[in-house]
Design a protein around this ligand. Structure first.
Ligand code: BTN
Length: 240
């Protein structure tokens, strides 16, 4: 896609913060912030996102602002990462854990943080972190996380991969939300597994059965009653 504007930095606090600031300065959709290192990388649920300088894609994109695109953004971003991992990074079976974690062999390889700014114009910022070159993960996270080099032995160019993901993401913007969801479902993790889904102080248990047309997670209980979950803090498999 033409018209993308890449802004590259060595060290920033958070590419999402910078992209949100740019959006408030009326930088248009298609603006992309890439950094080699973040000193205050942020994850979902207020978590810290750690990085090893130069070893990860650390990127935030200012996306379109219409309601449909805002709803689609987390799904389009994780889909774009999964497509790139499968088609260009030698990872045949990435999986997407609702709402938007990217997993390989049940380990997280990429995370997405979507945030919005309302002034002066509504804007959606899509933060994408992908583990690319990390070879030694701390013992606490080595069972939970992985990187492209650990999975494939390939030492990819981090900057080239960031550009590829950005182009793939923006190429999806002409699709309808339902078409993005259809593609997303092909990668969905955990379908058919018993899970505990926690959010807003309560836990719902059931079998993961898909996502509905609004992108909500569908959980079926033993009687076949289906609950749709719009947002959650954690989704944990409970049948192993
Ligand atoms: C998550 O899985 O919790 C989301 C992680 C998102 C991390 C990326 S790295 C680039 C962008 N800048 C941030 O501060 N966070 C996102």
């Amino acid at each position: 896609m033409a018209g993308l504007r890449f802004h590259r930095f060595d060290t920033v606090e958070s590419t999402n913060d910078l992209a949100l600031a740019m959006a408030r300065e009326s930088k248009p959709g298609g603006t992309i912030v890439i950094a080699r290192r973040q000193t205050r990388g942020r994850g979902r649920q207020g978590r810290v996102w750690h990085d090893e300088p130069g070893a990860a894609v650390l990127m935030s994109l200012i996306a379109s602002t219409d309601l449909e695109s805002a709803r689609a953004a987390p799904f389009a971003a994780s889909l774009a990462v999964a497509d790139c991992l499968r088609e260009c990074c030698g990872i045949p079976d990435p999986q997407l854990k609702w709402p938007n974690d990217v997993l390989v062999r049940d380990r997280k390889i990429a995370g997405i943080l979507v945030e919005t700014a309302s002034r002066p114009h509504p804007a959606v910022v899509v933060g994408i972190g992908v583990n690319v070159l990390q070879t030694s993960l701390t013992p606490e996270i080595s069972q939970l996380a992985t990187s492209i080099v650990l999975e494939t032995g390939m030492e990819l160019d981090v900057d080239e991969l960031a550009e590829l993901i950005a182009h793939t993401f923006f190429d999806l913007r002409d699709l309808r939300f339902e078409d993005i969801l259809d593609q997303w479902r092909n990668y969905m993790w955990g379908v058919g597994r018993q899970a505990d889904v926690t959010g807003e102080g309560r836990t719902v248990s059931g079998v993961i059965s898909g996502v509905d047309s609004a992108g909500a997670l569908l959980l079926a209980d033993a009687l076949g009653n289906v609950t749709s979950i719009v947002s959650a803090e954690s989704v944990r498999i409970s049948d192993n």
